[in-house]
Design a protein around this ligand. Structure first.
Ligand SMILES: NC(=O)c1ccc[n+]([C@@H]2O[C@H](COP(=O)([O-])OP(=O)(O)OC[C@H]3O[C@@H](n4cnc5c(N)ncnc54)[C@H](O)[C@@H]3O)[C@@H](O)[C@H]2O)c1
Length: 437
């Protein structure tokens, strides 16, 4: 395939060299002449293990050429990768200056180019940027229409500097963010031609844009979390490396897909109290744990978010499905659904509550005591029949996933379903569906 790559920095250099290594003909473009000259000499302009050797070989084999001639690059390729920088402005916002400039330049050439061309954005850009910046800029300068005259795909890069070649060949996944669900066969075929064993996900362009930020935010969060635990360990004269080395061995709960579903707040008898105790200890040691400190605040905001969704409906009769802090238990301690029910009562709402495990006849021991002493005012709203709660309510708040409820919710015409747990996909409900996230 004939490929042009705009921006010969870390991402662009690696893409250029790897595509060329597999036999594609790649034209690299950069506004910095020294980077172009370096490539022409078979040298890499970035320090990256193994890159110089492959660059040299590919240039000698004639698979790479570098130029500042944009016209030549676009006219002699079927596909252009945009790998320019997208830095932050002083106020933190995304600077699209380089992106717009390169798109203007590509668009000008597309105006005269016959036949299809694919523009692939590899730079990291915020959700919405492909639609609000990339496509309008290309359409304006080319005078052509995206989707019919040329194609646009957002295809984020996941490499890390220092092990970029290995990461390029072993990405976690290949994300193809496509406009209007149009599959780009040219780009798909290019990735198929590469010796890369990674799942390919066809998604909307906004999902693709967001995935990249979700990944980077999570990586940053992990580092900061580990540092906060480390700082605490140090103050307590505990070997933080021992702690975290064992921590990462838990691939069931710690390093897994567990707890990574967007939805409602957490609660229960452990997480809230343990975070409170740990952050209290940190304070007493004068250790700042900013990330840990924010967890319960953020969790509380999620409960308020649910409350606002319910209040915004303007309805009085609210049915609550699930009162315990999670499915499969009758434990009500610090349950976010209990807090939500309390908020609703204070707002004068008429409640009906169903929980398959919280049944006054069945609960025993500590939990019975908890109900009788801590939330006696909620008892009178508990119902034994799921169907009755469903029938008597205008708004149905789903806090836990009950299998039986799933089927019944599909026939809820005239009611508003507020789904805190994604029990159903939005289109599956016959009434109005509002998901919390
Ligand atoms: N560096 C990484 O590890 C990494 C990993 C994944 C994604 N990204 C993202 O990829 C993008 C590029 O990152 P990078 O680190 O390679 O940036 P970089 O600054 O190393 O390289 C960008 C290159 O683009 C060139 N350039 C700017 N305008 C141009 C134009 N009009 N025509 C041709 N070349 C032009 C610059 O001269 C520079 O060489 C960013 O959006 C970044 O967030 C970076």
């Amino acid at each position: 395939m004939n490929i042009s790559i705009f921006g010969l920095g870390y991402v662009g250099s690696v893409c250029t060299v790897c595509f060329a290594k597999e036999g594609h003909r790649v034209i690299g473009v950069d506004i910095k002449k020294e980077k172009v000259d370096a490539f022409c000499r078979g040298e890499s302009s970035i320090i990256e293990p193994g890159l110089t050797e492959i660059t040299k070989k590919s240039v000698e084999a004639g698979n790479i050429c570098a130029t500042q001639d944009i016209q030549k690059a676009v006219l002699n390729s079927e596909i252009s990768f945009v790998c320019v920088g997208t830095p932050a402005k002083d106020d933190g916002s995304l600077d699209t200056f380089f992106l717009k400039r390169v798109l203007n330049e590509i668009g000008e050439v597309l105006r005269e180019k016959k036949g299809n061309h694919v523009v692939v954005i590899r730079s990291t850009i915020l959700p919405g940027t492909t639609e609000s910046v990339v496509i309008p800029t290309l359409e304006e300068t080319s005078g052509k229409k995206a989707g019919s005259d040329f194609e646009v795909v957002f295809n984020p890069e996941f490499l890390r500097e220092g092990c970029a070649l290995n990461d390029f060949y072993c990405p976690p996944f290949i994300i193809l963010g496509q406009v209007d669900n149009r599959e780009c066969t040219v780009l798909k075929n290019l990735w198929r031609s590469m010796p890369i064993d990674a799942p390919v996900y066809d998604v909307t362009v906004r999902v693709a844009e967001m995935i990249k930020y979700a990944c980077n935010s999570f990586h940053a969060l992990k580092i900061t979390f580990a540092n906060e635990i480390g700082n605490l360990c140090k103050a307590l004269e505990i070997d933080s490396h021992k702690v975290m080395n064992i921590f990462v061995q838990d691939t069931k709960l710690n390093l897994s897909s567990c707890y990574l579903k967007p939805g409602f707040a957490f609660g229960g008898s452990c997480l809230p109290k343990d975070i409170r105790a740990l952050t209290y200890l940190a304070k007493s040691l004068n250790i700042e744990t900013l990330v840990l400190d924010q967890i319960l605040l953020s969790n509380g905001l999620q409960i308020r978010k649910a409350l606002h969704l319910i209040l915004r409906t303007g309805k009085q009769k609210v049915g609550i499905f699930g009162l315990s802090f999670k499915s499969g238990t009758d434990d009500l301690r610090e349950s976010p659904m209990v807090i939500l029910a309390e908020y609703l009562l204070r707002k004068g709402k008429q409640l009906r509550i169903y929980d398959e495990n919280v049944n006054l006849q069945r609960v025993t021991g500590g939990n019975k005591e908890y109900i009788e002493h801590r939330i006696p005012y909620l008892i009178k709203f508990l119902e034994d029949s799921l169907e009755k709660v469903l029938q008597d309510s205008e708004v149905l708040v789903i806090g836990l996933k009950y299998h039986k409820l799933k089927g019944l919710l599909k026939k809820t015409k005239g009611k508003i379903v507020i789904d805190l747990v994604r029990i159903l996909e939005p289109g599956e409900v016959s009434g109005e569906y509002i998901g919390i996230v």
